[in-house]
Design a protein around this ligand. Structure first.
Ligand code: GLA
Length: 372
């Protein structure tokens, strides 16, 4: 289904769903400690729905789920499509919400033209099959300029509204525990050189000196080799005075096999480098990644999830008190639009967030505010 069509379907389906107006507001409960945020789906934000109502009531920070990604904004050399990003930032401004930028440099949802010498000669099939010939790839000067322009243009447009940027996303390979290369579906290092992460951070810092600059990745809180590789990588960046201010733990975890002690150790480990930690994309799936069984939204499962969320937030609160963790951003507002409904099993459904498909607060919501 086309993106636009999918969002229109969401808006139609969400009609008539009401939020609970009289329950505590998450952002008020956590005021003065954690920033509580959410990603915002790509539907038309000028047409209110129950999720936008939930955002206004419960969250103080927002990040665009898709519309600020390179593929959706950076359409060619000097060519930008701002309409959807503008709508996102207007929404944030109107509702007094802190905004994050996700993201500048990522191999996923990137703009393939950026890697080509001739930006008008992109062959998507070759690109995704990792078959672009060396002679067709951009020179390092070419790509440096394109990336620098992209960062500068975003900052020129929204500087002052953005509190933090995911400067790079998912740069460490899950297989090699080192910077990704073309074998791991990333052209960045091969085309721009091994210091591409440093460059991106320096350019972001020049373009918006007051904002927080984040290196973001997944599985840091679940795979110890990857966690260590990221630690070593960030340590090296800091030793070279690269302006990294925080490590982002995406936090796509689950209530079956994720381990809260490991998550807490991870936060402490990165904080020991003198940077902050943010949880940037939290969702707590009902399923272990390998589990293909159907969704059972039983009371027992909802309680299990609530207990998991409770322990997780206890950890977050401890880490926040220690000054290590500042933000917890959920990846999605409610179970209605969560990407996990289609990943890893398309169409199976999942229920990883704090609000249900009916717009109501789930047991996990009530549990995390029990003890604040
Ligand atoms: C990663 C990315 C996000 C998003 C999720 C899936 O975590 O960082 O932008 O695409 O995958 O929705």
């Amino acid at each position: 289904m086309e993106r636009k069509e999918m969002f229109e379907k969401f808006l139609t389906g969400m009609q008539g769903i009401e939020i609970e107006k009289d329950i505590p507001s998450l952002r008020e409960v956590f005021k003065g400690s954690l920033n509580i945020g959410t990603s915002v789906p790509g539907y038309d934000l000028t047409k209110p729905n129950f999720e936008t109502e939930l955002i206004k009531k419960h969250f103080n920070t927002v990040v665009a789920e898709n519309c600020c990604k390179m593929m959706n904004v950076y359409k060619g050399p000097g060519e930008y499509f701002w309409d959807e990003a503008d709508m996102f930032f207007d929404f944030a401004k109107e509702n007094n919400l802190r905004a994050r930028w996700h993201n500048f440099v990522w191999h996923g949802q990137c703009a393939p033209w950026i890697f080509y010498k001739d930006a008008s000669k992109v062959n998507m099939k070759d690109f995704f099959e990792n078959k672009v010939l060396a002679e067709d790839l951009a020179s390092s000067e070419q790509i440096d300029k394109r990336v620098k322009d992209w960062i500068q243009s975003v900052c020129d447009r929204y500087r002052g509204q953005i509190v933090s940027y995911d400067v790079v996303n998912e740069v460490i390979s899950d297989k090699k525990f080192a910077l990704r290369t073309r074998e791991d579906h990333s052209y960045w290092q091969d085309v721009m050189g091994p210091d591409y992460v440093e460059k991106a951070f320096h350019w972001a810092h020049e373009a918006d000196p007051n904002a927080e600059l984040v290196i973001n990745d997944y599985n840091l809180e679940t795979i110890s080799e990857k966690r260590q590789a990221e630690y070593d990588f960030v340590k090296n960046l800091l030793s070279k005075k690269v302006p990294v201010s925080a490590v982002g733990l995406q936090g796509h975890i689950n209530m079956r096999s994720s381990n809260i002690d490991f998550i807490e150790e991870t936060i402490e480990k990165y904080a020991s480098l003198g940077v902050k930690v943010l949880v940037t994309e939290l969702d707590v799936s009902f399923f272990d990644h390998e589990d293909k069984s159907p969704l059972i939204l039983s009371e027992e499962n909802l309680k299990k999830q609530a207990d998991f969320y409770y322990e997780l937030f206890e950890c977050f609160k401890r880490q926040n008190k220690k000054g290590n963790l500042s933000d917890v951003i959920l990846w999605g507002v409610s179970d209605y639009t969560t990407w996990k409904n289609h990943f890893p099993v398309p169409g199976r459904g999942d229920a990883p967030l704090l609000f249900g498909k009916d717009g109501k607060a789930k047991p996990a919501f009530w549990k995390i505010i029990e003890n604040v």
